[in-house]
Design a protein around this ligand. Sequence first.
Ligand code: PFF
Length: 462
Amino acid sequence: MSQQREHWSSSFGFVLAATGSAVGLGNLWKFPYITWENDGGAFVLVYLVCIAAVGMPIMLAELLIGRKTQKSAVAAMREAVGPAWGLVGAWGVLTGFVILSYYVVIAGWSLRYFAMTAGWTISGLPAEFDLGADFAAFALSGGKQVGLAAVFMAVTIGIVRSGVNHGIERTARVLLPVLFVILLLLLFSALSLEGSAEALAFMFHMDFSSLRLESVLEALGHAFFTLSLGMGAMIVFGSYLSKRDSVVKAGAIIVILDTMIALMATAIMFSVIFSVPGMREQVGASPVGMLFISLPELFYTTVPFGNLLAPLFYLLVGFAALTSTIALLEVVASYLIDEHGVERTKAAIISGACIFAITIMASLSLGAVDGFSTFEVFDGKQGVFANLDHFASNWQLPIGGFLITLAAGWVMTREATEAELREGGVPGWYSYGAWRFFIRYVAPVAVGAIIVAVIAFGVDFS
Ligand code: PFF
């Protein structure tokens, strides 16, 4: 049964696949919204510091554990750190399971908005169309919610079953460059709008007086989500990396690209919103509002070349989401493959189907079915969707991330981590001492603070 493990065809292929995992709804949907909520400027700076001081060290820790063992999350933690640490890998698999179950619901929305805007591009924006009311009706439609999520899940399963090279890497090689080009087109168009100067000032003007402690923790929590850390995804992706490739270089590129794309998306959305009088006030209500209620119409009324860019924008959202759902499913499927010897196609279908059972409840919890919509485990969180998101962002990722910092910084030996990070070459700026300091002290203290904030002060990151 011992088959040769598949590997990325090159370091570049790996960087694209891992960047695809990192770049997703977190960049296009969540980051702009939390930047908005936290008044930009100082929050953006804090976020960048969190990415560099906590995200980057944990990224390297996960990648090195994966590449060293050439195993997926559970077996990798068991082998690299110790038998009991397999549980941390299992916690990661569960996290992937939970995140994918609700993530795919929003991913499905991109299909609807792509189709809708493509229709408008062809036949014109309908007169008197109320996007808010339309969205509310859409959320209530159980059939549409489940159907779109099912299509998205089916495509994800199809790609994961095709394997690391022919499925995951090949998809990333096509989608990521397309995604980048669309983003650049949108950026050029948005920056030509008169609101762009104000948007950039909002993003980069540092006003620390409005920064709250909660904002700092929120930035940190988001750093995990956006870089796909704390759940073993990067362990699994690292496990398909050959010993000839540099973990440090690849990790740095992934982190930089993810951050750049989040900033670009934010600049685009804010430039559009700031160009329309009165829009600033309207957007405040929810993250959903920005992406799916305010923006579609603005493309046609405000954005230069908007009638071409609108469908492209929702295509971008769909592509970004797809390369992330692939990674999430791979975490679960690779567990079945490596740990239980399940054949890949079967593993992809079984894990996808089990996750989808939860997706059905999440997609019906936006109003379609009362029991699911009022379901409440966490205080004040209404509905299956909101509770899953809360559990993953507040509990699963921080706890997983915290344990990974302990594993790499305190349990694994200095010799083991140093040798693995060095294998495959290191860039000139690399300092093992700096990494070790951050993974042993800075990252666990920072992530520990999130956990304390959640448990003791009820702070909410979802
Ligand atoms: N990083 C993704 C985003 O920002 O949308 C979310 C995610 C994808 C988390 C894949 C974890 C993962 F394995």
